[in-house]
Design a protein around this ligand. Sequence first.
Ligand code: NDP
Ligand code: ZN
Length: 350
Amino acid sequence: MSQAKAYAARSATSPLAPFTFERRALRDNDVNIDILYCGVCHSDIHVAESDWGPSEYPVVPGHEIIGRVTEIGSRVSKYKVGDLVGVGCMVDSCQTCPSCQQNLEQYCDAGMKGTYGARDMIDGSLNHGGYSDHIIVREEFVLSIPEALDISKAAPLLCAGITTYSPLRHNGVKAGDKVGIIGMGGLGHMGVKFAKALGAEVTIFTRSESKISEAKQQGADHVIVSTDDAQMQAAASSFDYLLDTIPVQHDLNPYLNVLKVDGTHILVGLIEPIEPAVHAANLILKRRVLTGSLIGGIAETQEVLDFCAEHNIECDAEMIKIQDINEAYQRMKKGDVKYRFIIDMKSLKE
Ligand code: NDP
Ligand code: ZN
């Protein structure tokens, strides 16, 4: 066992505060990672605040982890001490079901184990995430960080990156397609970069008029202010794909209306239940598809890291100290972040 320093939420309403706990002893297929940086995902807020049903506390959030290997188990072959590595949203799965066999561990029949909030498959202890000084993860769920990436900006690729890259690839987005990205936050701004890299014509849908010029700087070809009905109507039946990153319940109908025949609306923001109801006519009359997507498998997460190194894609981030995490959550809820907070984990030692 090793003692870990961390920040945790003790209840749905208490702010995150310093917390000390024991990480498990290293197993023979485990890698021990000294955490350098951890991105702040809106899912961290959802779980810390029990937005998705009651969470098990304490919650140590964080699933966009970059660090350096300090120790390896006797059977570890992929990594050695000193390697720069990453950990994303999952730390285990059954490895044998059809999904796992197809490198889709996120859809594991036994349920993938989240980096935080889930229970360890072997000893049943509660997993704690990356707002901590180190983490112990089985090697199959550890990613290699390409040297070409700026490690101070790479952490968000492990969730925001893979969660937007995977559905664009899976749905076959290609050059010339008209793609709308809904919500320009951590996921959305990465979605713009990937859709552009795949050759699509990209439109940002934002509530925030102030983001119009920034959206263009991010590479978006067009911007639609989603609160302006006239702009939404003018875009009717013109999009092939929508990637919806809004983290709260919202009306999908005006968005479905902008899709062409056979257009696809991909949900990644987990909004339960969908309210107000989707009108069946909005699907049936144009054979539109409403679908969803969960992060991406480990092999595809490695692919996105390599893709970003090759295409010079990086996250736009604001570095913070762990002591600023509660203020960062408040700012994220207001959409006031360009576009991802990354915690410099050195600050835990202060
Ligand atoms: P952010 O907070 O960084 O960004 C969300 C964006 O959505 C905001 O920037 C804002 O964009 C828009 N938005 C926020 N609130 C509202 C609102 N009330 N009405 C309309 N638009 C709003 O969040 P993330 O990008 O980190 O995460 C987005 C969602 O995706 C979260 O729910 C998260 O849990 C989920 N997620 C899902 C994953 C999956 O595998 N499916 C993986 C990771 C995250 P603007 O100001 O431009 O309108
Ligand atoms: Zn996330």
